[in-house]
Design a protein around this ligand. Structure first.
Ligand SMILES: NC(=O)C1=CN([C@@H]2O[C@H](COP(=O)(O)OP(=O)(O)OC[C@H]3O[C@@H](n4cnc5c(N)ncnc54)[C@H](OP(=O)(O)O)[C@@H]3O)[C@@H](O)[C@H]2O)C=CC1
Ligand SMILES: O=C(O)C1=N[C@H](C(=O)O)C[C@H](O)C1
Length: 251
């Protein structure tokens, strides 16, 4: 058997999965051992000797796939969205029964998006108001995006730690959705527009000034270095890792 990392891709015909297949094939230290789509048998992964599976399917499919992967000791790099406390608790239970297995869940694999989250959390305590706007292609099935949800959670945690007051908002009447989704007290607005891929703005407002932190993923190639890094690192990190920043030296 070669010394290359044996990698599989789930969701291999999808928008990001098809790019991931090409990226793994092009990586000198990796071998693509399986590329599965909907309906393909997961047993193929064990037969092919996959060490790591890159999971890029749908929120409806990801848990079933992870149940199989963890149960078979196959490490997972997960980009699929749809995470909540209940799902993460289920993962913890599965991982407790397979303690050598590593799972990385990355709400976003692009370095710019990871930095956006970090900078937004750093800035959040210094401004009275903060709102998140995420903008995506209209084929996206979930809203708000996993990245925007995570960004808002990090902002809220930073503000709580700093003892910030609730945001000012005098809205007394509003159409449903007009003020966005409330994620831990941070309004998150989702735009779906033909021509876009994946974009996010964090708008912060204080007395007499605003700060806007914006990130644009212009092509799925922006996610590939993070996916490859995740695959290389997850095999050395048993248990659940949430966020690619844990595998980066961001200071
Ligand atoms: N973390 C990150 O940086 C990024 C995350 N994403 C996330 O990745 C996910 C996929 O996005 P995207 O590629 O745009 O979506 P697509 O719909 O283009 O791709 C999903 C693919 O998964 C397939 N699929 C569904 N169920 C299964 C299954 N059980 N086993 C194998 N394949 C399956 C689908 O097949 P079918 O068409 O037949 O349903 C489809 O080909 C989303 O949750 C998205 O938010 C996307 C980009 C970056
Ligand atoms: O569906 C997408 O396209 C993306 N999904 C992820 C998310 O929901 O945050 C990551 C990126 O925004 C692209």
């Amino acid at each position: 058997m070669s010394s290359k990392l044996r990698v599989a891709v789930l969701g291999a015909q999808g928008r990001i999965g098809s790019e991931a297949v090409k990226a793994v094939e092009a990586a000198e230290d990796m071998e693509l051992v399986a590329a599965l789509g909907r309906g393909d048998k997961l047993e193929t992964l064990a037969e092919a000797g996959a060490q790591v599976a890159v999971e890029l399917t749908t929120p409806a499919s990801v848990m079933g796939n992870l149940d199989f992967l963890i149960g078979h000791g196959i490490h997972a790099v997960v980009g699929t969205t749809g995470w909540n406390e209940e799902r993460l608790a289920q993962l913890d239970t599965w991982l407790a029964a397979s303690p050598q297995t590593g799972v990385l869940i990355a709400p976003n694999f692009s370095i710019g998006a990871v930095l956006t989250m970090k900078f937004a959390a750093q800035a959040a305590r210094y401004f009275e108001s903060v709102e998140v706007v995420e903008l995506h292609h209209p084929n996206k099935v979930d809203a708000p995006s996993g990245t925007a949800t995570r960004t808002a959670q990090l902002i809220a945690a930073a503000r709580a730690e700093a003892g910030c007051a609730p945001q000012p908002d005098a809205t007394a009447t509003a159409l449903d959705g007009a003020r966005g989704a409330d994620v831990d007290g941070v309004p998150v607005h989702a735009i779906r527009l033909r021509g876009l891929l994946a974009h996010q703005e964090v708008l912060l407002g204080g007395e007499g000034e605003t700060l806007t932190i914006r990130h644009d993923s212009l092509h799925h190639s922006s996610f590939m270095p993070g996916i490859l890094l995740g695959a290389r690192r997850v095999v050395q990190h048993p248990g659940l890792t949430f966020g690619l920043e844990n595998f980066l030296d961001l200071g």
